[in-house]
Ligand binder design. Structure first.
Ligand code: SF4
Length: 50
């Protein structure tokens, strides 16, 4: 299972056009995201590409 998670994380990072996932995430707003990593997340289970 860990291998799949690593591959998934790598693929998400590979597909993201910006340095931080938040810059390309639909949830990038204080009212929609409460993750402490916002706005500089490089890993996030809730990342939703625009
Ligand atoms: S859901 Fe994750 S990627 Fe999206 S804005 Fe929040 S912390 Fe960033």
């Amino acid at each position: 299972m860990k291998m799949i998670d690593s591959l998934k994380a790598w693929w998400i990072r590979f597909r993201c056009p910006t340095e931080f996932l938040c810059d390309n995430c639909q949830l990038e707003h204080p009212s929609t995201c409460t993750h402490r990593a916002r706005p500089n997340a490089t890993q996030c289970p809730d990342y939703t590409p625009k």
